[in-house]
Design a protein around this ligand. Structure first.
Ligand SMILES: Cc1cc2nc3c(=O)[nH]c(=O)nc-3n(C[C@H](O)[C@H](O)[C@H](O)COP(=O)(O)OP(=O)(O)OC[C@H]3O[C@@H](n4cnc5c(N)ncnc54)[C@H](O)[C@@H]3O)c2cc1C
Length: 292
């Protein structure tokens, strides 16, 4: 399969990149890891006049861990973040999610920011970003803005990025000691995109659930906060009864689409089960964290 013809630009600075995106707008596509863009080009589902390859842009391949969080630049590979020695301590949910993305060959090229910018409904990182209130740094030729993750994802394969904007970095917060976390997903084969998945972040106070964030993915659109399910466990002990209530609420509130991999009803059912498993594991970790 061959892509349609396009002009190729390989800027070396952010300023040049932004100038190109500004000049070509809708006719340009950023190339990061190429793991989603190249199939789109080869299937002729995307026909940009210009491909702007950001892999040589200085300063975008940095992963910095500091008091403000884990800041992942636009060309940091998923595999580099996964193998970074300090990421698991700084943000264990991010570290748990990264190896679930495809196969390592995909992660060797695919970037963290590329996955977020692509916004595949079945992708793990958008759900993690929403669960953690990650912040996206968005740059255009004459400005910069920071977008919270839940405002960044608009729909399937759609974000609030304008055609002339670059997602230059994403910052995931530093983990709060005592918070429990888990990501659960179901896929037909190891390495496949998930049919459905759920992310849980839980904080306990004296054994009682003080905060809960549950996010479903793989439903067809953007990652979905399961707020009814969160309410079912918040304010009480996370025992079997509470988990069952969270499962039932998740199945009721999941806004799922159907496709060849599963009907909408099947996806909502699976998301409920996965949310229950994620809550159970996250709560166990929160208990272990607050006990120590
Ligand atoms: C066989 C296979 C299995 C996969 N399995 C999974 C999986 O299980 N889970 C999962 O999450 N993903 C999976 N992926 C997708 C993979 O994670 C991609 O790497 C990711 O979705 C896109 O990242 P990329 O760096 O390759 O982006 P690219 O393919 O280069 O770009 C993707 C899109 O995002 C835009 N873009 C990229 N970076 C930026 C930026 N910084 N600013 C603005 N726009 C940008 C591009 O213009 C393009 O539209 C799989 C891919 C393949 C081929």
């Amino acid at each position: 399969m061959k892509p349609p013809q396009f002009e190729y630009e390989a800027p070396s600075t952010i300023a040049e990149t932004l100038e190109l995106l500004d000049r070509f707008g809708d006719d340009a596509k950023v190339l990061a890891g190429g793991q989603s863009l190249m199939p789109l080009l080869n299937f002729r589902l995307a026909r940009p006049a210009v491909v702007v390859d950001i892999n040589r842009v200085r300063g975008l391949a940095r992963l910095d861990i500091g008091p403000d969080g884990v800041r992942v630049g636009a060309t940091v590979r998923q595999r580099d973040a996964e193998r970074h020695l300090d990421v698991a301590a700084a943000n264990p949910l991010l570290a748990e999610a990264l190896p679930l993305i495809g196969h390592f060959q995909i992660r060797n090229r695919g970037t963290v920011c590329g996955s977020l910018a692509h916004a595949d409904p079945a992708a793990e990182l958008p759900a993690v970003a929403v669960a953690l209130d990650a912040e996206m740094e968005v740059q255009r030729r004459h400005g910069k803005r920071t977008v919270p993750a839940d405002a960044f994802f608009v729909d399937a394969l759609t974000t609030s990025l304008a055609p002339n904007e670059l997602l230059s970095a994403t910052t995931f917060p530093i983990w709060r000691g005592g918070d429990g976390w888990a990501i659960e997903e179901f896929s037909r084969r190891s390495g496949d995109f998930a049919v459905a998945g759920a992310v849980a972040v839980i904080r306990l106070d004296g054994g009682v659930c003080a905060e809960a964030r549950l996010v479903a993915f793989g439903l067809g659109g953007s990652p979905q906060r399961l707020t009814g399910s969160e309410a079912a466990i918040r304010g009480g002990r996370i025992d079997d009864g509470a988990i069952e209530r969270a499962v039932v609420r998740a199945r009721e509130e999941a806004r799922a689409d159907g496709d060849i991999h599963g009907s909408a009803a099947y996806r909502a059912y699976v998301v409920g089960s996965l949310a229950g498993r994620a809550v159970r594991r996250a709560a166990a970790r929160a208990r272990a964290g607050t006990a120590s």
